[in-house]
Design a protein around this ligand. Structure first.
Ligand code: SF4
Length: 415
């Protein structure tokens, strides 16, 4: 499946030679651990080995967990509103948040936003090298900027110096909709080769200035173009890749498009950080980004609910119950699985594979399963509160066991 795009071999070899790309390493599972065998090989994802960079305190690339990003859509100059949105996104699970800095007022506000944010902030800059320097000085963890668009080499050096002085990494963001004129002339239209060539040209500017702390994205609104461009780029370099299908659309259509585009790439092991771009609340982008990673077993966070679509056999209102559970369990960070199944056709089987389960039965009650085993009967009327209580208790148990294991490990290390 790899290498759908035939990049010029000589160009690629030269790039590896110039920048000493790390050789491919042993296959790794979705959790980044090296592996020789697996008891469920059909679930293994062999991640492409990439360099690791830091976005503030968050590692991106290498064996680091794949991170979820989003971008605020408030006016950056309205620092309180932007901070509120950053906090909401972080609460939903965003590891990194990007903020546009189109003018000086925005980079001024950035300082306060960075100070109040619990997650690293990426400053989104287009063209203007002064904004990039101001953003680095204001505490941005990363600059999203294309060095080829900055202008004179001296300006590029100034931006790189500011990034280095303030511990900023960078992201080169190639977009099919804004490819350089010389590449459009060469390739006639946006295509994977043109996008990769653009990315490598920007990368070369940073490399020639001995700056290596950057990741790359090659986004398009077309799923096929996005996937082919990322596959080719993954083969051509070892920089961490920021995945995204750009301008994907509204919540449902954009979510599906992103799941197909990002999901396929991640399944192939390509991608170190993701952003789902939707014409919707950034919190929804974070939720969908996480669900894509959770579906591929690449990240775990909170309660994964396995539920049936319901039908005439359901012993309780499955849809309303799941809706209520999603709301009432949104605060749980600890990963666990909960099955909520309308009847015995699939209920016991699903419950066997989950931490907690409820299967509808007859006469207004159902069966509760714990750790895959039948536990006790429960009335439909009290089932919702009961399941919430069981999940909260289970989360406390898991966290307590984790804390104890960490304390024991620390004590052993101190001996
Ligand atoms: S599990 Fe039962 S209630 Fe749910 S969809 Fe299947 S048959 Fe219908």
């Amino acid at each position: 499946m790899r290498g759908l795009v035939a990049l010029d071999r000589g160009r690629r070899d030269a790039y590896h030679r110039d920048h000493r790309a790390a050789p491919r390493q042993a296959p790794r599972t979705g959790n980044g651990k090296a592996t020789d065998m697996s008891i469920r090989p059909w679930r293994d994802i062999h991640r492409r080995k990439s360099r690791r960079i830091m976005v503030g305190s968050v590692p991106v690339g290498g064996d680091a967990p794949i991170t979820v990003q989003t971008m605020t859509n408030t006016l950056t100059t309205d620092a309180p509103a932007t901070i509120r949105q950053v906090l909401a996104c972080a609460e939903a699970g965003a590891d990194i948040v990007r903020v546009s800095c189109p003018d000086e007022g925005s980079t001024r506000a950035l300082r306060e936003i960075v100070r109040e944010s619990p997650v690293p902030i990426v400053a989104d800059i287009h063209f203007h090298h002064r904004r990039a320097i101001e953003a680095a000085e204001a505490g941005a963890a990363c600059l999203r900027i294309n060095p080829g668009n900055i202008g004179k080499p001296e300006r590029v050096r100034e931006v790189i110096r500011a990034a280095r002085d303030h511990g900023c990494s960078m992201r080169i963001g190639v977009n099919a909709g804004s490819l350089e004129p010389h590449l459009l002339e060469k390739y006639a239209e946006p295509c994977p080769e043109a996008m990769v060539e653009s990315a490598l040209e920007h990368a070369k500017i940073l490399q020639d200035n001995d700056f290596h702390e950057f990741k790359i994205s090659v986004k398009a609104s077309d799923v096929f173009l996005t996937a082919a461009a990322y596959q080719a780029l993954a083969d051509a370099c070892d920089h961490p890749l920021h995945l995204g299908v750009t301008e994907a659309g509204g919540l449902t259509s954009g979510g599906v498009k992103s799941a197909i585009g990002l999901g396929n790439l991640l399944w192939m092991g390509v991608g170190d950080t993701v952003r789902v771009s939707l014409s919707a609340d950034p919190v929804e982008e974070v939720k969908i980004g996480f669900e894509i990673l959770k579906s591929l077993n690449l990240r775990h966070r909170g309660v994964t609910i396995i539920s049936c679509p319901s039908c005439a056999r359901q012993g309780f209102d499955v849809i309303e119950t799941v809706k209520a559970l999603e709301e009432r369990l949104a605060h749980i960070r600890t990963h666990m699985t909960l099955s909520v199944i309308g009847c015995v056709v699939n209920g016991p089987g699903e419950a066997r594979e989950t931490d907690i389960g409820f299967t509808g039965g007859g006469a207004g009650s159902g069966m509760v399963y714990l750790a895959g085993l039948q536990s006790h009967k429960m009335d439909n009327a009290g089932m919702l509160d009961h399941l919430v209580e069981l999940v909260e208790r289970k989360a406390e148990e898991i966290e307590a066991a984790r804390a104890q294991a960490a304390a024991e490990a620390a004590a052993q290390a101190a001996e």
